[in-house]
Design a protein around this ligand. Structure first.
Ligand code: PRT
Ligand code: MG
Length: 215
């Protein structure tokens, strides 16, 4: 395709990227939430948006099936960002990656005792690195979602998950016991596309960089 293909995931990434696209003069003319289409046209005949799972965005961009995309730092940290150019932290879809445990679980003393912890997460790689750096011994259990349930039913002592308002942790009698990293969504660009389609991509990068609210 000679035009540009932009990979986004439904939900907060799509919603928060729309205003940035609009600032660049690109109006997505169909609603991702109601449309069943996975390829959405835009007001620019040479630009289209594809809708993929949040964790699949880097894959589409790495292989050049999309020229650019928007992916959370959590996803990029977990999968590695080899072959991807990451020019802009868009400062959207912000949250924190944390270790969380039940309110009545004494995480600090378990760590001090050098206990072996069971930790459930979908971020195996990031969790492994975090606990290794702290010298905490863990058995990691891979989950695909609803991590907050694991400590409540005895599957794990702690979880590694994302927190934004904190409402989900509170509603489930959990608390954040350690910060791992602040998370926001990044623009990612296929490196070959950046060279071959510079004339189309550079104005987008300039507009995005300009539209990002400084923190
Ligand atoms: O939902 P799906 O399984 O399809 O995929 P996904 O969860 O990877 O996608 P999505 O759209 O939910 O998240 C896309 C990206 O948004 C993530 O990769 C993060 O970079 C970013 N983001 C920002 C968040 C949150 N904030 C967030 N709060 N992703 C998930 N959450 C979840 C969190 O996992 C927890 O279950 O929201 C819950 C906590 O929210 P609070 O407000 O109750 O604290
Ligand atoms: Mg989700």
């Amino acid at each position: 395709m000679s035009g540009l293909t932009i990979a986004l995931s439904k939900g907060r990434i799509f919603d928060e990227t729309l205003p940035l696209l609009e600032a660049a003069g690109i109006i997505v003319t169909e609603d991702a939430e109601t449309s069943r289409k996975l390829i959405l046209p835009t007001s620019r005949s040479d630009m289209r948006v594809i809708i993929v799972r949040a964790s699949d965005v880097p894959t589409y961009v790495r292989y050049g099936a999309a020229d650019l995309g928007v992916a959370g730092r959590d996803v990029l940290a977990e999968q590695g960002a080899a072959g991807l150019y990451q020019p802009i932290d868009l400062q959207i879809a912000r949250c924190r990656m944390v270790v969380a445990a039940a309110q009545d679980y004494d995480y600090e003393s378990a760590v001090r005792r050098g206990a072996r912890l069971r930790v459930a997460t979908k971020y195996l790689q990031t969790a492994r690195e975090h606990f290794a750096a702290k010298g905490v011994h863990v058995d990691l259990i891979k989950l695909y979602g609803s991590m907050e349930l694991a400590p409540l039913v005895g599957l794990a002592d702690a979880i590694v998950d994302l927190v934004s308002s904190g409402n989900t942790l509170r509603a489930n009698n959990l608390r954040a016991v350690e910060d791992i990293m602040p998370v926001s969504a990044r623009l990612i660009v296929n490196q070959a596309a950046l060279k071959l389609k510079r004339a189309l991509i550079q104005p987008l990068l300039d507009s995005f960089a300009h539209a990002v609210t400084p923190v």
